[in-house]
Design a protein around this ligand. Structure first.
Ligand code: FES
Ligand SMILES: [Fe+2]
Length: 266
């Protein structure tokens, strides 16, 4: 059924400089998968319908999860200008268009300008709706910016290929236990030591998907779950138990000698 085009009202414009390159910003625009993970306080789920160089379309669950509410959203790049539009096709706010212009300034600065165009707006509600949209987008861009900065740093470090050849002494077992989980650096790479099922295990803290941080990820059923896109990795084998062809980088072995001292061995 064709929906009549509602008149749209611009309720606010949000401008900021994001501390990341335009490449990181455009990568983030295409990255539909992070919505319910990185932005878990705003979105509860996502089901991709289709995607391509043009953008993507998906069904997105909204927070709070109860009562269940979802929108059908398409994000389409403008082929004539450095901007894209997010259109709500169905669900709460259907007809809304959010236009975002992206202008890179340097490797660490990109200007964005976001216009919020809402359908059927009561003139008395413009300011309130605008403030709500700006508050939401400030939070979303804060979360995106943290991810982009962390990823850019990881890409810069990524070239480091040094490998540990020496084992490292970590002191008496009882003292180490009291400090777990503990992140240590070895030959330029970071690993976290955790106790799982009574066993000390070291695992890489860099997610092999897009370099997300695993330093603070909870260990459940022997797996860490990345906070950026929700992929899981077995901390012992490094494998993804859900069929992704991704694997954590090899980690040192944690040994306890007869004297009760712990060593990381390459
Ligand atoms: S960076 Fe995507 S799941 Fe970790
Ligand atoms: Fe985002």
């Amino acid at each position: 059924m064709l929906r009549a085009m509602a008149e749209l009202t611009r309720v606010a414009t949000y401008r900021r400089t994001v501390r990341a390159s335009a490449d990181r910003v455009w990568e983030n625009v295409h990255d539909w998968e992070h919505l319910p993970w990185l932005h878990r306080t705003s979105f509860s789920s996502i089901e991709l319908r289709e995607s391509g160089d043009w953008g993507w379309r998906a069904r997105i669950g909204l927070q709070p999860e109860a009562p269940p509410r979802a929108i059908e959203l398409e994000l389409v790049l403008d082929s004539n200008a450095p901007r894209y539009v997010s259109r709500t096709l169905d669900g709460p706010g259907a007809g809304t268009e959010i236009w975002t212009e992206v202008r890179g300034r340097s490797d660490t600065a990109t200007d964005i300008s976001v216009e919020f165009l809402l359908p059927d707006v009561d003139p008395d509600a413009v300011d309130r709706l605008g403030e709500g949209m700006v508050a939401l987008y400030t939070r979303l861009w804060d979360e995106d910016e943290d991810m982009m900065i962390h990823r850019a740093a990881g890409l810069t470090r990524g070239a480091a290929t040094s490998t540990a050849t020496e084992s490292v002494e970590l002191g008496p077992l009882a003292e180490l236990r009291a400090r777990l989980p503990l992140t240590v650096e070895l030959a330029g790479k970071r690993f976290r030591i955790v106790e799982d099922d009574g066993e000390l295990v070291a695992h890489s803290v860099v997610c092999p998907h897009m370099l997300g941080p695993l330093d603070a990820a909870a260990v459940e059923d022997g797996c860490v779950r990345c906070p950026w896109h929700g992929y899981r990795f077995d901390i012992r084998t490094g494998r993804n138990p859900d069929g992704q062809r991704l694997r954590l980088a090899g980690a040192p072995r944690v040994d306890v000698d007869e004297g009760g001292r712990v060593r990381l061995r390459p």
